[in-house]
Ligand binder design. Sequence first.
Ligand SMILES: [Zn+2]
Length: 256
Amino acid sequence: MKMMFESERIDLAKTVKKMFDRKDTNVAGGNMSIKVFDQDGHPYILITPSFMSETYYSELHPAQILVIDGLSLEKIDGVGTVTREINMHEQAYKAHPDIRCVYHSHAPESMFWATIGQDMPNVTEVTRELGRIRCLPFAPACTKKLADTVYDGLKKLGDKAVENVFLLNSHGILVTASELHIAVRIMETLEWNAKIAYQQTIFIKLGLLNDYQSCGQNYKEPLPNGTIPPIALPECNKINIPQKFHKNLTRPNFEI
Ligand SMILES: [Zn+2]
């Protein structure tokens, strides 16, 4: 017998293991979820279980991907317990109807910027589309305060919430995206950007650079329209990609 959302759960289990092995999160935690719909349009959240990293090292059977009813928020299928951080996922999905993936990780290079409580300078071409890489005010892990902080932060972004990353102060990273594989791309390119920005900081301190550089100019100078291509859809078996994908995401000026 087929499991509910079998192909999506297989894909999520495979992806989470790959990301763990690539050190895009650590053994202390992290979790991934996607939002899917049945034929009647009823929403569900598919999410990795509690202790995904600590106990299972992200080696999950697809049956361990939990199915949560998107309206009642009850677990209706899957082996394992629901992570306490699910409140953050729920609030993120609530913030914008087109968010279809929430990826929370403890990736090492980005954690540096998260722990100093500062925005990460956005310097690489591939991450420029993310705009400002904002560090949210501190709120303890798993609390309602953290979930509400994420919700408030996403609400301010308008449609950009569908393609965004927040640094969670002293804790980790939260990517929101329209699709699982886009979230993965955002997470890993963010890690490269974190390391490169740190290296640029050293050059600035050495007096070899005046300020952070990106795309041939100071990283704070806006780029002419059309310079940076939008984040591309991956060439995969387009599981869970919404029918109407946002073409030209607009973002508030303070986010650029
Ligand atoms: Zn966490």
